[in-house]
Write a protein that binds this ligand. Sequence first.
Ligand code: PLP
Length: 424
Amino acid sequence: MKKETICIQSGWQPKKGEPRVLPIYQSTTYKYETSEQMGKLFDLEESGYFYTRLQNPTNDFVAQKICELEGGVAAMLTSSGQAANYYAVFNICESGDHVVLSSTVYGGTFNLLTVTMKKMGIACTVVDPDAPIEELRKAFQENTKCVLAETIANPALVVLDIEKFATVAHEHGVPLIVDNTFATPINCCPFEWGADIVTHSTTKYMDGHAMAVGGAIVDSGNFDWTKYADKFPGLCTPDDSYHGVTYTEKFGKGAYITKATVQLMRDLGSIQAPQNAFLLNVGLETLPLRMERHCANAQAVAEYLEAHEKVAWVNYPGLKSNKYYELAQKYMPKGTCGVISFGLKGGRSAAESMMDQLKLAAIVTHVADARTCVLHPASHTHRQMTDEQLVEAGVAPDLIRFSVGIEHLDDIIADLEQALGFVK
Ligand code: PLP
């Protein structure tokens, strides 16, 4: 099926007399006939639902849809994008291990890896995503367990050279984890270019209406954990907490997601609420339509801004003048995303006064939903970063992040025009 069809038809498949629309399984628990049946579930001898902290049918039908969209073999939902990236890494890393991280990842992910996971004994080396492969090689250590990067970085809008990152990760016997939040599987399929695991903040375009925080992890099934069994004992040696089950032996290509579900979800419990999964599923139905409009609007807004006399610079990978134009054409020929960044000739103070005049575009922390919105990362999402880190992350102090919605283009441009009129 084509992606447009998967978005509508995949996941929930009602049988005779069942609801046409995916039901919300609003139940913490599930009934069994015998004690033995329940026991087998706890031993992972049979599959089935027993407690929503581990798995819930509504969530699983939505995860299945996202899995198909990405072309993976298994997927799971998480309570947020943060939880998705945390689980994706922590599923194969433990204290004493090391991660290679792209410097331009979202501020929350950067903080998760460089501050919080560091406290858990997981070190990381931050690399410039544009660095030549020889430079990237130097970041790897004996104890490196994965590489983490974003297909389109938030908010630097750096387009990842996925093949370069996949090559260097695989040379070192580790998987490439790619956060595909901004491009979405409609515009980019990282698995086709060598990525092994994909994560999402479904809070963004997938939900698309700014209603539900959520995340997802998808496994391509392509990374052979057993080839590097010494590196990945959590997957390739018996898990005492499940009576000695070895995930790769018992679950094959489903090993990674099964472990993240039955072990990490069980112990850390960052499940997505079934209500949120239901909303996410509704959002997914229109994702292809919305992405098309987001990209068309953003392209036109970027071109408008580039030609404006008060604008100092515009960063949008769809612009021919953009550093990442060629990479974007290669990896996401249908379009990139609806997010643009730009700076004004009047610098940071002009940015702040212009933003205050916007009427249609709201100042919100959010990004990538149906409504046009705007943010000043240095003062908001990235304010925990030092100036040095901001520069490394590709976030200039005057950078305005403008998330172009799916309203009529004329109204978005009219709003910018009137707000820019106030800038001296
Ligand atoms: N990954 C990316 C690329 C993001 O932009 C964000 C949030 O903005 C996250 C992860 C974190 O997701 P969430 O806010 O759903 O926890």
